[in-house]
Design a binder for this molecule. Structure first.
Ligand code: PMV
Length: 327
């Protein structure tokens, strides 16, 4: 039996534009998904999930297509929860050259699902790491990141960048641009996360931005400007200039809003943070609902968000420099 964990992450700059080859800057945070894997003596998968967003459930199924999961929850929920695990296990089987391997998989996550904090990447990274170890193969974080990216690419039907999986596998702050991935030597940041309790549909949101970009030159220009912001944001992050970092986050949120991926509740949280004196605030991830990230060294933003109707959860997040690890 092997247990591995991997961190969630948030985007400081560049979500959506990164899908079109622009740079993005993201930071791993101290909220992790933990996956325990135990080899079975048949080729079945049994997935037990316990996390913040889903009520716990257990599902067991065989490898043959006709062996559907036998469980009393909706199909879309099962697909969402098991799609990544399924594909992650396939990657582990491939890496270990053990196509018939079966596993009992237990997932515990502190990361809200589909809320812009990369819960799926963290689960995928931890699952690949644990399952390969269980089969006697030791992958580097870079190899895990690459295999996890293939999983996201497949499950999200091509709508995935390498940011989430690389950041979750390596930890710390990262810059991703196309196939280039780099760890950044970032200072500790006073991050506050607000969560509206909802989730966005990443595929639909990415498709919406693509449509706008294909229809209007000014939307394509907006995507390019998000890339410029991420380039500047990287420099400012490395300099540790929090004031300017906040200004750039505000700007990035405005552009994401123009691209149609914010929402009333995300805007409300962003404005509550700004009114409370945050240095800057923006949505993180695909948008549509989920989380915002604000920069504030004081308690003011946390207090303001805590009392904001529509904000379900508030927490302070620290940069997590440790990526995937065995527990
Ligand atoms: O919501 P998340 O954390 O899955 O982020 C999605 C960010 C996008 O740029 C829209 C897609 C991607 O994979 O980079």
């Amino acid at each position: 039996m092997v247990t591995a964990s991997a961190p969630g992450k948030l985007y400081l700059f560049g979500e959506h534009a990164v899908v079109y080859g622009e740079p993005a800057v993201a930071a791993a945070i101290d909220r992790r998904a933990t996956v325990t894997v135990e080899a079975r003596d048949d080729d079945h998968l049994r997935v037990d999930s316990e996390d913040l967003t889903l009520d716990g459930f257990t599902v067991e199924y065989g490898r043959a297509a006709e062996e559907d999961p036998d469980v009393d929850v909706s199909e879309s929920l099962i697909e969402a929860a098991t799609g990544y695990v399924d594909a992650a296990v396939e990657q582990a089987r491939d890496a270990a050259d053990a196509p018939e391997a079966g596993f009992d998989v237990t997932i515990e996550s502190e990361i809200p699902l589909g809320a812009g904090l990369s819960s799926s990447a963290a689960v995928t990274v931890a699952a690949i790491y644990a399952a390969t170890r269980e089969l006697g193969v030791e992958l580097t974080p870079g190899e895990v990141a690459e295999r996890a990216y293939r999983v996201e690419y497949e499950v999200q039907e091509g709508n995935a960048s390498r940011t989430d999986t690389f950041c979750s596998a390596t930890g710390g702050a990262v810059r991703v641009e196309g196939e280039d991935r780099e760890s950044l030597d970032a200072p500790e940041l006073p991050l506050v996360v607000g969560f509206d309790g909802g989730a966005g549909d990443t595929g639909a949101l990415v498709a919406g931005v693509r449509d706008l970009k294909d229809t209007y030159d000014f939307a394509a220009d907006t995507v390019d400007v998000v890339g410029d912001l991420a380039r500047r944001g990287e420099e400012v992050l490395l300099d540790g200039d929090l004031e300017e970092l906040g200004d750039l986050m505000d700007f990035n949120h405005g552009l994401l809003s123009a691209l149609g991926v914010s929402s009333r509740s995300l805007d409300a949280m962003v404005w509550a943070a700004r009114d409370a004196g945050a240095l800057g605030a923006k949505l993180t991830g695909a948008g549509g609902g989920g989380c915002v990230v604000a920069l504030d060294e004081t308690e003011e933003t946390e207090t303001a968000l805590r009392y904001l109707p529509g904000c379900e959860e508030v927490f302070r997040a620290a940069l997590d420099t440790e990526g995937v690890r065995i527990e």
